[in-house]
Design a protein. Structure first.
Length: 312
């Protein structure tokens, strides 16, 4: 478990970068990768002209485009790439609600990429709508920390424990939390085994695409990408205290009108003494995935929210 000690100088530089950008009124909403690719193909998007081009659209920039103090912070944070006469930020900055979050620059195709996109915004809205009072939050598959950090803010600073298998994700989550003034602890792991329980509240936004060999943030395993969501839900449910809750935001591939994840959760949670409230948040997301061979029988991918509650 890490995150209790002071951040190293490079990370502190990135904390200061977020704070400076916030003070400048910087704002950017992270789109899907497909939308990002379409936008940056435009002629006017070949080289950065402003902060949003640099930190949002991940465009290369001339040295004079970025104020010297921000350039210095980016360099001290180890996030400045040199490309001939131009520079590029290795990180993006997006606003979710009232906070800025660091995440990986586009394209997010490296194994350790840290993703933030439209699902992050839907996840936060889902958590906000169903968040109970809690003394501690566990964010499973925390990524950049969006869910755990904002949930902690909603609960007036309840401590958040962020769990992820990607060390780079936890590094950025600690930076994001420090910039937000939210104390967190982080755990490197693929499961909840290293996290002390029982749990009062678990929030989770697991990978849900069937993408074997792809970046960690995408690959949800079998069940057309829903295996990890199913496994995390059951693992968390088994360790809930009476009255405890899991808020799971994920997606399910719909085949012939049937939601395999919803059916599996309904079947497997009842023997654990848990109730399930299940809702379809968006009926059709990431439609481009249906072109892949693995999805040849899938008619749509639906964003779903599952509220799992252990009997009191």
């Amino acid at each position: 478990m890490v995150g209790e000690g002071p951040l190293p100088p490079a990370d502190l530089a990135l904390v200061e970068l977020l704070r400076r950008l916030d003070a400048l009124g910087y704002d950017f909403v992270a789109p899907t990768p497909a939308t990002h690719a379409r936008v940056v193909k435009r002629a006017e998007k070949q080289q950065a002209r402003n902060l949003r081009d640099i930190f949002g659209w991940s465009l290369p920039f001339a040295g004079e485009t970025l104020p010297a103090d921000l350039m210095a912070l980016l360099e001290r944070g180890g996030a400045l790439a040199v490309e001939g006469d131009l520079r590029r930020s290795r990180l993006r900055v997006s606003r979710v609600e009232d906070l800025l979050f660091l995440h990986s620059a586009y394209p997010t195709d490296r194994p350790d990429s840290v993703f933030l996109g439209p699902d992050s915004y839907r996840f936060v809205r889902f958590v906000r709508a169903h968040l109970p009072a809690a003394r501690r939050i566990v964010d499973m598959g925390a990524g950049a920390g969006v869910g755990g950090i904002l949930a902690a803010r909603m609960l007036d600073g309840a401590p958040a424990l962020l769990v992820d298998a990607n060390p780079e994700a936890l590094r950025l989550a600690r930076i994001n939390a420090a910039a937000a003034g939210v104390p967190v602890e982080t755990v490197l792991g693929r499961s909840l085994d290293a996290v002390p329980g029982p749990f009062e509240l678990v929030v989770a936004n697991p990978p849900f695409i069937m993408d074997e060999g792809g970046p960690t943030y995408r690959n949800g395993g079998a069940m057309l990408g829903a295996q990890l969501s199913h496994d995390w839900a059951l693992a968390a449910a088994r360790r809930l205290e009476p009255g405890g809750r899991v808020l799971l935001y994920t997606a399910s591939a719909i085949v012939d009108g049937r939601d395999g994840l919803g059916e599996a959760l309904a079947r497997d949670l009842s023997p654990l003494g848990c109730t399930l409230a299940y809702e379809e948040i968006d009926p059709d997301i990431f439609g481009e995935e249906l072109d892949l061979p693995a999805y040849r029988k899938v008619e749509r991918i639906a964003a779903i929210g599952a509220i799992i509650t252990r009997a009191g």
